[in-house]
Design a protein around this ligand. Structure first.
Ligand code: FDP
Length: 342
């Protein structure tokens, strides 16, 4: 028996150990973020289990349907929202919650209030749920200026002010990718021990990629820079090979692949949706934060994505994110477009 190798295999870097290590670098820290994160992790584990059982437990389908016992069945995205709201509130470390599932922001009761504002999409990629394709949770964390006197302004901040962002992908494995502003790390859930283990330390996105990811079905309505970019991907004029197209249609899955393999994910504005489709606070910002932390970029067609300051919590924006060089190319096409006199 190789005891040395066994000892190595059991010296696991769990997500909690990793965050505690980070915390020890800040002696002034009281561990509030670690507590918040452990509640986010709990929500992710719960959802991972619910997503895995969705077919069996009839969690899919329409909210409001009843089962044979006459109990109301919860649609998976409704359940996901409830799980996250409860997990975040019970942490005692949050003051404002913004969820994709709720029209209004939730102001946490003063007795349970902490200093963090959490913006999240509890179950992103909902159109993929019923066929078992990977979906995920996306989240971003801000700090309130004064937790006893909070307002929407605390979440309507530039993406550059985010303290942390991440996503959890419920796919063939359950992977949580996190940045606290000091690089990006990926953790995979080991279901046998119920712990997220550091499996992808210090993720860096390749500087240039071979994959582009966009809903080609919208091509009829694209603007000129997007159409030119996709044309270049398919018919490069510099002698390079054409790029491959991959599109799952779940942002978490498409961005995860982009982060690991390199390339670009595009959700542009088009004639039908002049502001794009994806939401600034809990889709564009967290994913842009992760991309920048991994050495990539995120652009809106007008500016670096994290420079936006949203004016409403469910605001949408176009986004182009991924490998640094690929995003440079789309930026150049938008710059060139601006030079053309109208
Ligand atoms: P969905 O509508 O399935 O919830 O934000 C929502 C989102 O999925 C993203 O996860 C995904 O990237 C995008 O929309 C897919 O949109 P299209 O179906 O228009 O391509």
């Amino acid at each position: 028996m190789d005891h040395v190798a066994d000892a190595h295999r059991t010296d696991l870097m769990t997500i909690t150990r990793h965050v505690l290590n980070e915390q020890s670098k800040h002696p002034e820290s009281k561990g509030d973020f670690t507590i918040l994160l452990s509640h986010i992790v709990l929500g992710c584990k719960f959802l991972c289990s619910a997503v895995n059982k969705a077919g069996l437990a009839k969690l899919i389908g329409l909210a409001g349907e009843t089962n044979v016992q006459g109990e109301e069945q919860k649609k998976l995205d409704v359940l996901s929202n409830e799980v996250f709201v409860k997990a975040l509130m019970s942490s005692g470390r949050t003051c404002i919650l913004v969820s994709e599932e709720e029209e209004e922001a939730t102001f946490v009761d003063p007795s349970l209030r902490g200093k963090y504002c959490v913006v999240f999409d509890p179950l992103d990629g909902s159109s993929n749920i019923d066929c078992g394709v990977g979906v995920g949770t996306i989240f971003g964390v801000y700090m309130a200026k004064d937790k006893d006197n909070v307002s929407l302004e605390d979440v309507l901040q530039s993406g550059k002010n985010m303290l942390a962002a991440g996503y959890c992908m419920y796919g063939s494995s359950c992977t949580l990718v996190l940045s606290t502003g000091n690089g990006v790390n990926g953790f995979t859930l080991d279901p046998s021990i119920g712990e997220f283990i550091l499996t992808h330390p210090n993720i860096k996105i390749p500087k240039k990629g071979k994959i582009y990811s966009i809903n080609e079905g919208n091509a009829k309505n694209w603007d000129t820079p997007t159409a030119k970019f996709v044309e270049k991907c398919k018919f490069p004029k510099d002698g390079s090979s054409p790029k491959s197209l991959r599109y799952v249609g779940s942002m978490v899955a498409d961005v995860h692949r982009t982060l690991l393999y390199g390339g670009i994910f595009l959700y542009p504005a088009d004639k039908k949706s002049p502001n794009g489709k994806l939401r600034v606070l809990y889709e564009v910002f967290p994913m842009s934060f992760l991309m920048e932390q991994a050495g990539g970029q995120a652009f809106t067609g007008k500016q670096q994505a994290l420079d936006m300051v949203p004016t409403n919590i469910h605001q949408r924006s176009p986004v182009f994110l991924g490998s640094y060089d690929d995003v440079e190319e789309i930026k150049a096409l938008y710059d060139a477009e601006e030079m053309i006199p109208t």
